[in-house]
Design a protein around this ligand. Structure first.
Ligand code: MRU
Length: 359
């Protein structure tokens, strides 16, 4: 299923996105024809999950590039600059968004003298490469990570780091899928993930579709489950990993990591190299998105809190590196991450990239 769920699909003219605000009640897509529409879709969570946001932003640039192609470079360049800035302002925490935009910008800048049509074509090729590489990275992360899970493991996850959060296969759920594909019997415990319910709506949906055994719990049940010996490992995704190994992920992840440490349960983070941000020194410097109060006041049309109450809605939190048993990337495993190990891992990845001729 994970390779058939097309979280995003670019058809050469428009970008179709599975509408993740309404799953699993309804399966519908939203079509974007411009960078502005794509940025709106990212902001409103039609598409969400760090790698999926990066892919969507790259195609958002392509949509405007094709629309402006054929014009003089100065006009084209001005429109493209506008596209980059609207996309960069869509969500602040997931670094994959900025990483994908930086890759797209490098292509644009490299083609200083080319026609606008040629630049648009090159940008489309780069967006397609970002998309394809994300699936390949998830597959590779899956095989590195699957080796860490015992046959029979009961694995708790928070939020949705599945096919829906990526171009396909998923990061945390990708590890679980790869373990299942390798013949291991794995069962999943999905935190519902208040307030947006990515666990209850999206992770549970992905697992049910694939008949991977899944038990849904509300977020405040995780400690109890761990204290009763019902959890063998935790795997989550990440939105940004700082240079020292601190991990920003969906709000509530930190709580799960503290509980896992208390109960001596391994806490794994599966994330592509594009989620590691060497320019952010520690987790304290990671910008944490504050979302609208209505997400906490209720869900959809239903409001359960009194009018006038003050609300806080930070969408992410930071898990200190010391609580992380290992980070799993497409390059391999960073056990007990710290600044030196993260730097060495990135250097090794860069080296293997260059030796594959992609320098
Ligand atoms: O607010 P969201 O749904 O975009 O947050 C998503 C998460 O926190 C995921 O765990 C993270 O992006 C990793 S997705 C592979």
């Amino acid at each position: 299923m994970s390779d058939r769920v097309e979280t995003l699909r670019y058809d050469g003219e428009t970008l179709s996105l599975i509408d993740q605000r309404i799953l699993p009640a309804r399966f519908e897509t939203v079509t974007c024809s411009s960078a502005v529409e794509t940025a709106d879709a990212i902001r409103s969570m039609v598409v969400r999950g760090a790698p999926a946001i990066g892919c969507a932003a790259a195609f958002g640039v392509v949509l405007d590039a094709h629309r402006a192609a054929g014009q003089l470079r100065a006009v084209f360049d001005a429109e493209l600059e506008q596209a980059f800035s609207v996309l960069a302002a869509s969500r602040p925490t997931a670094v994959n968004l900025f990483w994908a935009l930086a890759r797209m910008r490098r292509i644009w800048e490299r083609l200083g003298d080319a026609s606008s049509t040629m630049v648009a074509q090159a940008l489309e090729a780069e967006a397609r490469a970002i998309y394809d590489e994300d699936i390949a990275a998830n597959r590779s992360m899956g095989s590195h990570g699957a080796a860490l899970l015992q046959d029979g493991a009961r694995v708790l996850t928070h939020c949705n780091a599945g096919a829906l959060a990526t171009a396909g296969h998923g990061t945390a759920l990708g590890v679980i899928r790869s373990a299942v594909e390798s013949g291991k019997s794995i069962s999943v415990i999905a935190d519902e993930t208040r307030p947006f319910l990515q666990g209850a709506r999206l992770t549970a949906w992905e697992m049910v579709q694939e008949q991977i055994p899944v038990t849904l719990i509300s977020d405040n049940m995780a400690g109890h489950m761990m204290s009763r010996g019902a959890v063998d490992a935790v795997i989550v995704g990440a939105d940004r990993i700082a240079a020292n190994g601190d991990v920003a992920n969906k709000i509530g992840t930190y709580m799960v990591a503290v509980l896992a440490a208390r109960h001596d349960i391994p806490f794994y983070v599966a994330a592509p190299l594009s989620t590691i941000d060497p320019d952010t020194e520690t987790g304290a410097a990671i910008p944490i998105e504050e979302r609208k109060p209505d997400e906490v006041l209720g869900f959809g049309e239903i409001i359960w809190a009194p009018e006038g109450v003050r609300v806080a809605n930070p969408a992410f939190d930071v898990t200190p590196a010391e609580l992380v048993t290992a980070i799993i990337t497409e390059q391999g495993i960073i056990a007990r991450p710290d600044r030196a190990k993260v730097a060495a891992h990135l250097a090794a990845a860069q080296q293997s990239h260059v030796s594959r001729g992609n320098g």
